[in-house]
Design a protein around this ligand. Structure first.
Ligand SMILES: O=CN(O)CCNC(=O)c1cccc(Cl)c1Cl
Ligand code: NI
Length: 183
C-alpha cells in the first residue's frame, strides 16, 4: 500500500519534470499503480486508517509525486455541492478552458510540500479534460469550481508545476483578475 514514505518532496527532480505519456490501455503494473493511488486517497480520508498509517489527507495524487515519470493521476473527493469524483486518469489533458479564473479562498496544499504556503492560486474557472480511464476507455470531463481546481493541481504535477508557482509573489492574497472564489 502507498504511504507517506512513497511520496517525494520538494527538491526531487520528478516534481519539476514533464512526465511521459503512458501506453494505453495500461499494462498490469500501471493499472495496479493507478488503483493503489486511488486507494491511498481513500485511506488518507479515512480517520482511522490515516491515523494508523500517519497519512496526510489528499483529494488527488499524481504519479510524479511517487517519483514516477508517468502521466497518471488519481482523484477522489466530494465537491462543496456533494458531487462525488473518483477517477484514475491516463494521459489527462486540458483541451479547453474558460477565460474566467477562480481560486480556493483557503489556498492550496500539496503532499510533496512539507510547509504551509499561503496565498491564492489562480486557476481556470472551467476546464474540459480528455483522458482515458484505467480500462482504456476515453473520458471527456467538463469541470468547474472545486473540481476544476483539483484537476488543474494534479495535471500541473504532470507538467512539473507546483501550486505555489501560480501565487502572486508581490501580494499572495491579491485577488486574481477576473476571478470568483470557491469558498
Ligand atoms: O497533488 C495532490 N496533492 O498534493 C494532495 C494534497 N493536496 C490536496 O489534496 C489539495 C488541497 C487543497 C487544494 C487542492 Cl487543489 C489540493 Cl489537490
Ligand atoms: Ni500536490
Amino acid at each position: 500500500m502507498i504511504t507517506m514514505k512513497d511520496i517525494v518532496r520538494e527538491g526531487h527532480p520528478s516534481l519539476t519534470t514533464v512526465a511521459e505519456e503512458v501506453e494505453n490501455p495500461l499494462n498490469t503494473a500501471d493499472k495496479k499503480l493507478l488503483e493503489d493511488m486511488i486507494t491511498f486517497l481513500k485511506n488518507s480520508q479515512d480517520e482511522e486508517i490515516a491515523e494508523k498509517y500517519q497519512l496526510r489527507a489528499g483529494v488527488g495524487l499524481a504519479a510524479p509525486q511517487l517519483g514516477l515519470n508517468k502521466r497518471l493521476v488519481a482523484v477522489h473527493f466530494e465537491d462543496p455541492n456533494g458531487k462525488q469524483y473518483s477517477y484514475g486518469l491516463v494521459n489527462p489533458k486540458v483541451i479547453s478552458h474558460s477565460v474566467e479564473k477562480t481560486y480556493l479562498s483557503t489556498g492550496e496544499g500539496c503532499l510533496s510540500v512539507d510547509r504551509p504556503v499561503e496565498g491564492y492560486v489562480p486557476r481556470y474557472a472551467r476546464i474540459t479534460v480528455k483522458a482515458f480511464d484505467k480500462e482504456g476507455n476515453p473520458l471527456k470531463l467538463r469541470l468547474k469550481g472545486y473540481a476544476a481546481i483539483v484537476f488543474q493541481h494534479e495535471i500541473d504535477h504532470l507538467n512539473g508545476i507546483m501550486f505555489y508557482d501560480h501565487i502572486n509573489e508581490d501580494n499572495p492574497f491579491a485577488i486574481p483578475e477576473n476571478a470568483k472564489p470557491v469558498e
